[in-house]
Unconditional design. Structure first.
Length: 185
């Protein structure tokens, strides 16, 4: 394999957790989206901004309780959106439904949220904010004090992938990126 080639496997798994955890996860998703949109808009205004400059701008935001890891992940996420011609958060179809009053304002606000993105890090056992505990459980750790157990029900094939990913991450051999919305990881 050449150095510039990337082996990437994408797994999309439905998860379940208690209602209190879901509510708290929604708060994290909303905060992450505020940082993401702020970061995207700064990069859209000036594509030449360096990561350090964006980080300084992010510190001016008020009432945001996501940590620096999520802020840095928002920079990666924003840069991936920059190549697109016109970005409508939530998508054109959802925006159109909102304009035609097919969905409520509250429903639109929830559906337009992008998932939390956490960039993987090999030295941090795959990812700083997520851990694959078993083939049926993943832990989301937004802070040191707050951890959420996400219960998944993957197929046998996905279970093998998850166990292998967990093993490689524990050995600090691979980074694992995670995205988390209200229904899927």
């Amino acid at each position: 394999m050449k150095n510039n080639e990337i082996n990437q496997i994408t797994l999309k798994l439905k998860y379940s957790t208690d209602e209190q955890s879901k509510t708290r996860i929604l708060e994290y998703i909303k905060n992450y989206n505020n940082v993401l949109r702020f970061t995207y808009n700064r990069l859209h205004e000036n594509k030449d901004l360096k990561t350090k400059e964006i980080t300084i701008l992010q510190k001016t935001m008020n009432n945001i309780f996501v940590d620096s890891h999520f802020k840095n992940s928002a920079i990666f996420d924003s840069k991936s959106l920059l190549g697109k011609e016109k970005v409508i958060f939530g998508g054109k179809k959802l925006f159109s439904e909102k304009c035609q009053n097919k969905i409520s304002k509250e429903e639109f606000k929830i559906k337009k949220l992008r998932p939390i993105y956490s960039v993987g890090e090999s030295p941090q056992k795959g990812n700083r904010k997520f851990s694959i505990v078993t083939e049926n459980h993943i832990i989301f750790k937004p802070t040191r004090e707050e951890h959420f157990l996400l219960e998944i029900n993957p197929s046998k094939n996905y279970q093998k992938y998850l166990l292998r990913l967990s093993d490689l991450a524990t050995q600090k051999k691979i980074p694992i990126d995670f995205k988390l919305d209200l229904n899927y990881i």
